[in-house]
Design a binder for this molecule. Structure first.
Ligand SMILES: Cc1cc2nc3c(=O)[nH]c(=O)nc-3n(C[C@H](O)[C@H](O)[C@H](O)COP(=O)(O)O)c2cc1C
Length: 195
């Protein structure tokens, strides 16, 4: 099974990527395949609601979104990580979220995939929980199954992430919870997907 990680940070090798790498390492150790989408490496335009995807057509914008959509579509689990920007996710990640509307409009292609979220801020109470909620809203609106970190809402850390022992624990717990559920779903066969 495949777990795809999406980093919403425009900064390469920053705190968000550090934490997402930790989460994906957990999945790999447990035998999952992983794929990493770095928002910092992508050119993603804004959705302008042209309506093409509602008519079953491909998105007319010529950028990197097709790569992201293909990875999300083939995944079983999705881990989204974002820095906190003004109490929410980054604009870059929101642009990606909006462009995934075509997956929803074309037969809810992310339905029943398992998701969890990771956020990191410069302040201890800088809006990490609010940013997590934004990611969770995206997942729920796609019909995904959302998990937290086994006791709270997901992976929550403060910069510098490498030194945040408690925050890193919530990231590892979230990744383990996502993998636990995927394993249980696999044991159930295709029936949980409505097959
Ligand atoms: C535009 C901007 C807005 C920010 N807003 C917040 C905020 O509201 N709360 C917070 O705790 N940190 C805030 N930060 C700090 C970042 O969340 C923090 O530096 C984070 O570790 C960046 O992640 P990265 O290292 O992956 O880029 C902000 C940073 C920037 C650049």
């Amino acid at each position: 099974m495949l777990v795809v990680g999406v980093s919403g940070s425009p900064r390469k090798a920053g705190n968000t990527e550090f934490l997402l790498n930790e989460a994906l390492a957990v999945a790999r150790e447990r035998g999952f395949e992983t794929e990493y989408i770095h928002c910092s490496e992508l050119k993603i335009d804004f959705c302008t609601d042209c309506g093409d995807c509602s008519k079953g057509k491909p998105c007319p914008k010529e950028d990197d979104v097709a790569r992201v959509l293909a990875a999300l579509e083939k995944s079983d689990g999705i881990i989204v990580a974002s820095p906190v920007y003004f109490g929410s996710i980054t604009a870059q990640l929101k642009a990606i979220f909006d462009r995934t509307i075509q997956l929803r409009r074309q037969n809810f292609k992310l339905k029943n995939k398992v998701g969890c979220a990771i956020t990191v801020g410069g302040s201890r109470n800088g809006g990490q929980e609010k940013a997590l909620e934004t990611v969770h809203a995206w997942m729920h609106i796609h019909g995904m199954v959302v998990v937290g970190d086994d006791s709270h809402f997901g992976g929550i850390a403060v910069r510098p992430a490498a030194e945040d022992r408690i925050g890193r624990k919530t990231v590892v717990s979230s990744a383990n919870k996502l993998c636990d559920l995927l394993e249980k779903m696999e044991m159930m066969g295709g029936c949980w997907k409505g097959e």
